[in-house]
Write a protein that binds this ligand. Structure first.
Ligand code: GRF
Length: 216
């Protein structure tokens, strides 16, 4: 495969993962190009950062009374219009409906700040610290209808240090996020990562467990 993969990045906040993906496009790690950075919030800091790098940005805020399905259909239209062949959720804080997940099955990735299946949902660093975990990290996974439950592709793992608090732990996890997300999207763009029979495949091998990247 020699073509450049057109992909969209969905954000709600700072957009540091979006910037890591943009950096990997520039460095050639991802053989692709970002066709749209879409935020559900007009005040997302990542929008200005994306525009500053010359990326096309769009705000798609939910309308009053709009349900999840209707929002998902508008988002779907925007992504199709942008010509996206892959959608990377990067801190997008809106739960997408089943119709959207089905429409993008196998072409929808997310990064989650925990070692899934542990700690789905929010406040993952706090919960991992409270539970006294020795290991923590982040996961890139294909998105399916069930929240944070689709097949994992790659995990960044790190040891929790004595004295870690939510902030220090989240900062180290983010460093790992910025390594593993570009790697996964790069694999997808190169045709190495694929979705088949409800599972993730890497280099023609079904991934029964995610690839592990460790931060020293
Ligand atoms: C990241 O921690 C990611 O794992 C989670 O949301 C956060 C987004 O951060 N899904 P950023 O906007 O990419 O800086």
């Amino acid at each position: 495969m020699t073509e450049s993969l057109p992909f969209a990045v969905l954000i709600s906040g700072r957009g540091s993962n979006m910037l890591a993906l943009a950096g990997a496009v520039r460095s050639g790690e991802i053989r692709g190009h970002i066709v749209a950075v879409i935020s559900d919030r007009a005040d997302a800091a990542g929008l200005a950062a994306a525009a500053g790098r010359g990326l096309a940005t769009r705000v798609l805020a939910p309308e009053a009374g709009e349900d999840r399905g209707a929002y998902g259909r508008r988002l779907e239209q925007a992504l199709v219009a942008a010509g996206a062949g892959l959608v990377a959720l990067a801190g997008f804080m809106r739960i997408l409906d089943g119709g959207f997940a089905r429409a993008w099955e196998g072409r929808l990735l997310n990064i989650h700040p925990s070692l899934l299946p542990a700690y789905r949902g929010l406040h993952t660093h706090r919960r991992a610290l409270e539970a006294g975990e020795r290991w923590h990290g982040c996961t890139v996974h294909f998105v399916t209808e069930e929240l944070d439950a689709g097949p994992a592709v790659i995990q960044g793992r790190l040891a929790v240090r004595p004295g870690d608090d939510e902030q220090s732990l989240s900062a180290r996890v983010q460093r790992l996020e910025h390594i593993i997300y570009p790697r996964a999207v790069g694999w997808f763009a190169a045709g190495r990562l694929a979705w088949r029979d409800g599972a993730a495949w890497l280099d023609g091998r079904r991934l029964r467990e995610p690839v592990i990247e460790e931060l020293p």
